[in-house]
Write a protein that binds this ligand. Structure first.
Ligand code: BMA
Length: 329
C-alpha cells in the first residue's frame, strides 16, 4: 500500500451513524479528540491535518501556546484518534531556498504527492501567505519558498500533478480577519514558482446560501471519487455576533480541477455542538483533513479555534447530498 492509497477498511478511524441521525455527516461521540491542553505549552490545538503514515497516522497540528504564538507541531497515532503530539514545534531546514523566515505558522494541511509528504500552512512573512514544506518521515522537515505574495491563506495541494504541474487551491485575503474571499487554483512545475491563477469558487449570494456568503476557503486535501475530486471547505457568514464557520463540500472535475461540478447549497455541518459554540472563537467548524477507505470518510476539523474534532460519513451519501442540494451560479 502506498501512503496515498485509500486506507484499508479496518484501519479507518470510524464510528457508525447514531440512531435517528439522517444528516450526511455525524459527529464523533468522543469529540473533541484533542483537548486544548493536550501538550504542556498549549492554549489551544485546532485546525490540524492528518495522513496515513507508517501503518498508523501522522499529523501536523496547530498548537497556539500560552503566549498565543501560533506554530505547527508533528504528532503520531496508531488509530487516528488517540494522539501523541511532540512538545516542541517543527523546526524546518532550508528546502528549495534559504529564505525560510516565518513570524508564525498556522492552519496546516498535509498532502502525499509522489514520494513525500508536502505541508502547506499560513506562514507569517510580512503578513499571512502560504508556506510550503516537505518531509519524508515527520522527523526532518524542509521549508520551501512561500507560494504567493502576502496576503493569502488556506493553501491546499492536490495529491497528484496535472499535465506535469503541482496544483494548489488558495484564498487571497487581507492582513486581518478578512471580510471577503474566493477560492483560486494555481499551478507550479517545481513547487517554487506558481502561476496560471484561476478562480475556482466564489462566495454565494446571501439569498441563495447565506452560510457561505462572506468568504470560503479550501479545507481538506481533495480525494478522487467516481464523480470527481471531493473536497470539504469552510464557508463563512457575518452575523451580528461575528463570523460563523460551517463545513460544505464541492466536487471538482477529475481532469480540470478548476471546474466545479457540484457544490453544496446546504452546509454539511454547522456549529451546533457545545464544543463548536463555545471556545476562544465561538461558532467555528474548520475542516483541514479527510481520511477515506473509498467508501467512508473521517473528517478532522477545528472546533471554536480551541480543539480538534472528527465527523464521519459515507462517500456516496455525501456525493448524492451535494448533487441533490447543489448551488449553481
Ligand atoms: C481564520 C483563521 C483560522 C480560524 C478562523 C476562525 O481567519 O485564523 O485559523 O479558525 O479565522 O477564527
Amino acid at each position: 500500500m502506498t501512503p496515498h492509497s485509500p486506507l484499508s477498511p479496518h484501519s479507518m478511524p470510524w464510528e457508525d451513524r447514531p440512531t435517528g441521525c439522517n444528516t450526511p455527516l455525524w459527529r464523533f461521540s468522543r469529540n473533541p479528540i484533542i483537548d486544548r491542553y493536550h501538550i504542556p505549552s498549549s492554549n489551544s490545538i485546532f485546525n490540524s491535518a492528518v495522513v496515513p503514515f507508517d501503518g498508523g497516522f501522522a499529523g501536523v497540528f496547530r498548537c497556539d501556546n500560552k503566549a498565543v504564538q501560533m506554530n505547527i507541531f508533528a504528532g503520531f497515532s496508531k488509530d487516528g484518534i488517540n494522539w501523541d503530539i511532540n512538545h516542541e514545534p517543527i523546526v524546518f531546514k532550508p528546502g528549495n531556498t534559504d529564505m525560510i523566515d516565518s513570524d508564525y505558522k498556522y492552519d496546516p494541511r498535509v498532502t502525499w504527492i509522489e514520494d513525500r509528504y508536502w505541508i502547506t500552512w499560513c506562514n507569517g512573512y510580512n503578513g499571512p501567505t502560504i508556506g510550503i514544506g516537505y518531509t519524508f518521515d515527520f522527523k526532518e522537515f524542509f521549508q520551501c519558498e512561500n507560494a504567493f505574495l502576502p496576503f493569502n491563506r488556506n493553501g491546499v495541494l492536490f495529491p497528484q500533478k496535472f499535465d506535469g504541474k503541482f496544483a494548489m487551491l488558495s484564498r487571497p485575503s487581507d492582513n486581518g480577519h478578512t471580510p471577503f474571499g474566493d477560492i483560486f487554483i494555481s499551478f507550479s512545475p517545481d513547487m517554487k514558482f506558481w502561476g496560471e491563477h484561476r478562480c475556482v469558487m466564489k462566495v454565494t449570494p446571501f439569498e441563495e446560501s447565506a452560510w457561505q456568503c462572506l468568504k470560503i476557503g479550501a479545507g481538506s486535501v481533495p480525494f478522487l471519487t467516481d464523480d470527481g475530486w471531493l473536497m470539504f471547505y469552510h464557508g463563512v457568514i457575518r452575523t451580528c455576533n461575528g463570523y460563523r464557520y460551517s463545513l460544505g463540500a464541492a466536487i471538482l472535475d477529475k481532469d480540470n480541477p478548476a471546474k466545479v461540478l457540484y457544490r453544496s447549497r446546504d452546509y454539511l455541518l454547522a456549529p451546533a455542538a457545545p464544543y463548536e459554540l463555545v471556545g476562544d472563537v465561538p461558532n467555528v467548524g474548520f475542516p483541514c483533513a479527510a481520511l477515506t477507505d473509498g467508501e467512508r470518510v473521517a473528517i478532522y476539523y477545528g472546533a471554536a479555534d480551541t480543539t480538534v474534532c472528527m465527523a464521519f460519513g459515507y462517500v456516496n451519501e455525501i456525493i448524492n447530498f451535494v448533487k441533490e442540494n447543489s448551488y449553481t451560479e
